[in-house]
Design a protein around this ligand. Structure first.
Ligand code: SER
Length: 595
């Protein structure tokens, strides 16, 4: 076999499914478009939700991709052998096309055939849904694995907690799955050790989800119009598995970053005392680079995606200090990641300057907060009437100044005092609970928000975009869009504040277009045709060869996945609520329409 590299795996995977009639589609952005209910693309299925629900995909019914994903739910697990916040998900998709038989057969062939990955079948285990009141025991998958030659003692029936996937939010496509595990050959942790156990003996490498249900707001499951397949195989895990590596961090994907950290810190990444910090830094710098390098710009801030990015960067800086690195090194580390990944993700090279400058700014700022934190610490110590720093104070140092508890404890020890760790933990857990609740709020409504209000505002956004180009010039380009049922938010490139007159003109023009009762038409065409016809939108890295183009009368033509209203007479009373700066060179408009 050729040398095992990450590119080898990505290419083999795409090639295999291309041979099986799939169209290769590029990764969608890490920041979901027009979806205010989730902060990041957490699974390969996110960008495909409308198509899983039945909308026609311009590239057909069999698709394959390598999707960039970000999962902050796993942030506390980072440092173990298998979890990452950013990950690349290899996925093949049937949109109402093939189902369990082909999906299982192809997974088996790809993993075990000498022509493909050539994994020893004896090291592979499988889990299958055991059934419940709504969905029957999955004997089709079970029998299919047997038919392929898998022995019974390699297949486990498990309940919904293990063998069900989705929806990604509260509502949307979901279904039973069959999961594929690799035996690391570690000894069993107990008599009952199985793929359901998280002792690390069995590592999940692939998940084949049979999405045939739609979960509704009331929690009920209804059959979807079409039966879909959504499979997901994390590149990092598969790669380390195939190499029998100790962890995902011991692969080429992180090697250059880890080597650089060893050189800068003069410490060894396998030293138990430092291992977790090394892994956290290697994971977080990669995530930060991909978020900053995304086609939809995000910068560190105190809200939404920007807040997650900030937390990740600051956490990484704390861990840099844990391994003894105190100077600014993030730009240097970022360049290593960019060089490692730019062959597959050219957008990183294009945005290198931006990535480096944002990391540099955030690192400098946080290094200042740490200094303030030390001042606060000294002040608190002077105030003490006994020799224990209260939990709330330690938590404030952590929460406000980003002060790791280890720092606080160490500094306290130097002064011969201690920290109330129990009290700290209590505050920390209370805070976590609050943020967890906050984060859950973000997912309210699920992914499938194709509500009438959102759809109306989506079409209005296209009209607004064209009006801005007419009033301000064709340099105006969409930078971001975020729509809830209440309002639209549109970010666009423009170098200055809009005047009151310009705002009025745009608002009037939008209302005029709306009241012209224009039909909204969707056509499928190649990217070249779309360009020729003067459609605007993101041409690169979008849906691949064939795209959907939505036209609003003769007024606007835009590449877009939909959905949209049928006629502009479904919209009324457009009103701009606010025009403000979003970031350098980018303006933001918030606007509403009548319900
Ligand atoms: N949606 C499933 C997952 O993310 C399979 O792609 O695991």
């Amino acid at each position: 076999m050729e040398k095992l590299t990450s590119n080898f795996i990505r290419n083999k995977y795409l090639e295999f499914f291309k041979e099986k009639g799939h169209t290769i589609i590029p990764s969608a952005s890490l920041i979901p478009e027009n979806d205010p209910t989730v902060l990041f693309t957490t699974a390969g299925m996110h960008p495909l939700v409308p198509y899983l629900l039945g909308e026609k995909h311009p590239q057909g019914t069999r698709l394959v991709d390598v999707q960039k994903c970000l999962r902050t739910a796993d942030i506390e697990s980072i440092g173990d052998a298998t979890h990452c916040t950013f990950l690349e998900m290899l996925g093949n998709w049937s949109l109402g096309d093939y189902f369990k038989d082909e999906s299982i057969e192809w997974s088996y062939e790809f993993l075990t055939s000498p022509k493909w990955l050539n994994i020893d079948p004896k090291r592979i285990y499988y889990t299958v849904f055991e059934g419940d009141d709504v969905c029957p025991k999955d004997m089709i998958s079970y029998n299919k694995w047997l038919e392929l030659g898998v022995s019974k003692d390699h297949i486990y029936f498990l309940p919904k907690e293990n063998n069900w996937w989705g929806p990604a939010g509260e509502t949307g496509p979901c279904g039973p799955d069959t999961e594929i595990f690799y035996d690391t050959l570690k000894p069993k942790c107990s008599e009952n050790c199985s793929p359901a156990c998280d002792c690390g003996k069995y590592v999940e490498i692939w998940n084949n989800v049979f999405m045939e249900y739609n979960k509704l707001v009331d929690g009920s499951l209804v059959q979807l119009k079409q039966k879909n397949v959504d499979t997901g195989m994390g590149l990092e895990r598969l790669f380390s598995t195939l190499l029998d590596a100790k962890s995902v961090y011991d692969t080429e994907l992180f090697k250059n970053t880890i080597n650089k950290l060893e050189e800068l810190s003069n410490k060894n990444h396998t030293d138990k005392q430092y291992e977790k910090s090394f892994r956290i830094i290697a994971d977080h710098i990669r995530t930060a680079v991909f978020v900053l390098g995304d086609e939809r710009s995000v910068v560190p801030s105190n809200t939404d995606q920007g807040y997650v990015l900030r937390r990740i960067i600051r956490r990484m800086i704390r861990h840099l200090k844990n391994i003894g690195i105190t100077e600014n090194v993030l730009p240097e580390l970022a360049i290593i990641v960019i060089n490692d990944y730019c062959d597959w993700y050219p957008e990183l090279k294009k945005k290198q300057e931006f990535i480096v400058s944002e990391l540099n700014k955030e690192e400098m700022t946080f290094n200042r907060t740490i200094t303030q934190g030390i001042r606060e610490f000294n002040k608190q110590v002077e105030k003490l009437t006994n020799t224990t720093i209260p939990g709330e104070v330690a938590f404030k140092l952590f929460d406000t100044f980003g002060f790791p508890i280890e720092f606080t404890t160490e500094m306290a020890a130097e002064k011969g005092i201690t920290v109330d760790l129990e009290g700290y933990k209590k505050c920390y857990l209370e805070h976590q609970e609050k943020s967890r609740k906050g984060a859950e709020q973000k997912f309210k409504g699920g992914l499938s928000d194709n509500s009438v209000e959102t759809t109306r505002l989506h079409t209005t956004t296209h009209i607004l975009h064209e009006c801005l180009r007419k009033v301000l010039g064709t340099d105006v380009a969409q930078n971001g869009s975020n729509i809830t049922a209440e309002r639209l938010r549109f970010d666009f490139s423009f170098g200055r504040k809009m005047t009151a007159e310009e705002l009025k003109k745009v608002e009037e023009m939008v209302n005029e277009v709306i009241s012209s009762n224009l039909d909204v038409i969707c056509e499928e065409m190649s990217v070249e045709e779309a360009k020729e016809k003067g459609a605007i939108g993101l041409f690169e890295n979008k849906y691949g060869e064939r795209v959907k183009v939505y036209s609003i009368g003769d007024f606007s033509k835009e590449i877009c996945g939909g959905p949209h209203v049928k006629n502009t007479n479904e919209i009324r009373n457009f009103k701009i609520q606010k025009e403000e700066a979003s970031s350098a060179g980018v303006r933001r408009i918030k606007a509403t329409i009548s319900k």
